[in-house]
Design a protein around this ligand. Structure first.
Ligand code: SAJ
Length: 401
């Protein structure tokens, strides 16, 4: 095969588009396939439909140079990558129907010798299932194609850099597939490429995010214990972390985002009897959000008893983690929405977002001036050691200690 393979990337979202653009920037011809015509049209204009630093310039360049084209249909290629969503269905059951639909979309264009790689976060066994799907419809391809799983592990906000520099776990359905996939990733990844089998690679992604979830749950559990015990949890964690082999993470209002709060369920739903800590961690992190909302409601009620009027609560931060504008699956947003639904008087502050369709946003200074209670929900850099003007404070994220 030519040292520069042709590539089809199915799914042009948060992972697919940056990956397609990075591959194209190495002078490789990439056809990006997406079911949404508006996404295809936007990319073919050299523009982007998602927010990610440095992505706009890269996409503009590779489209202008002719290395990246978008389309709603697949074409023949040497390598096919699948980066489509794997949401939930029912009770936290992973839904791989988009991966199956993507496979069906490329199926008619696959030739002998093609390499197919799944990057979507997937339950264990998905790559083998996709192999069955391919051979059930194109039995003549048996033994003639390569199939591998290789999860992405990039941090939103730093995707382009991490795509190129992070190590990757690459697992084929057989050794030849693993070798072929490693050969392909060498074209654009500078991190180490670690060879394994498809099931281990699938589990690796799920375990990475579950590990972080479990560690955050430990910190969140500690924060609730310390609250009852009258101990400053931040001081406690700082002291405990002086031990050379202890590294406790930071408690907060819960775990948000579309990865860490989701992926552990992919393990729990398949191995319910064995996944005791993983399930408990999910429950603790979700409970922390409820606990934070209850804590604020109690503060507001105490204020009312004392002052004979409703408290105004400044809620500092809505994003799912510090210093980003992403509100999806945000525990801070959940706390604020619950308080608003229950009729509390809220002054919502999110310095990374210009406006919201569902609530009025306040400037930091105005909210603090007007508030009776100031609640820190996300430790954005703008809030660090801010003057809270003698107001009563509830600090869930160690902003002003
Ligand atoms: N959080 C805490 N305490 C901490 C650290 C984080 O409460 O000490 C909270 C954050 O506020 C946030 C949530 O956890 O609500 C998740 O934030 P994160 O920064 O840990 O992770 P994500 O969701 O932005 O990205 C993760 C990353 N996974 C790991 O770090 C193991 C990233 O590498 C993955 O590629 C990404 O998930 C993904 O797509 O799976």
């Amino acid at each position: 095969m030519d040292s520069k393979p042709s590539v089809v990337m199915v799914g042009l979202g948060y992972i697919g588009l940056p990956t397609a653009a990075l591959i194209a920037s190495k002078g490789i011809n990439v056809t990006g396939v997406d079911i949404h015509q508006n996404v295809v049209d936007t990319i073919n204009k050299g523009e982007i439909h998602i927010v990610e630093p440095d992505l706009d310039g890269l996409v503009h360049y590779v489209v202008k140079e002719g290395f990246l084209k978008a389309s709603t249909t697949s074409i023949e290629a040497d390598v096919y990558l699948i980066a489509v969503p794997t949401p939930f269905k029912g009770e936290f059951e992973p839904d791989i129907s988009y991966v199956e639909a993507a496979t069906n979309a490329i199926l008619p264009t696959i030739n002998d010798g093609a390499l197919i790689i799944i990057e979507s976060t997937s339950p264990v066994g998905t790559t083998e299932k996709i192999q069955e799907l391919i051979f059930s419809k194109r039995p003549e391809l048996k033994g003639k194609i390569y199939l591998a799983y290789c999860p992405e592990r990039v941090l939103p906000g730093n995707v382009i850099h991490e795509l190129e520099h992070n190590d990757r776990a690459i697992g084929g359905i057989n050794e030849a597939s693993t070798e072929k996939a490693v050969w392909f990733y060498k074209h654009f990844v500078k991190g180490e490429l670690h060879k394994t089998n498809s099931k281990t690679a699938e589990m690796c992604k799920l375990v990475e995010n579950s590990s972080r979830d479990v560690q955050i749950a430990f910190a969140n559990e500690l924060s609730m214990i310390c609250d009852k015990a009258g101990i400053n949890v931040w001081e406690l964690i700082k002291l405990a972390n002086k031990h050379p082999r202890v590294n406790i993470l930071q408690p907060g209002t819960g775990v948000g985002g579309h990865c860490i709060a989701v992926d552990p369920w992919f393990i729990v739903s398949k191995f319910p009897d064995e996944s005791k800590i993983i399930r408990a961690a999910r429950e603790i992190n979700n409970y922390k959000t409820e606990w934070a909302a209850e804590k604020l409601k109690n503060k507001a009620l105490q204020f009312k008893i004392k002052n004979g009027r409703d408290a105004k609560i400044a809620c500092m931060g809505l994003a799912f983690k510090p210093n980003i504008d992403d509100l999806r699956e945000s525990p801070a947003l959940r706390v604020v929405e619950e308080l608003i639904t229950d009729g509390f008087d809220i002054l919502a502050v999110e310095p990374n977002v210009a406006s919201s369709k569902t609530m009025q946003l306040y400037l930091t200074e105005d909210a603090i001036n007007e508030a009776d209670i100031v609640a820190f929900l996300v430790s954005h850099r703008e809030f660090k050691n801010i003057d809270i003007k003698g107001k009563e404070v509830v600090d869930f994220v160690n902003c002003i200690s």
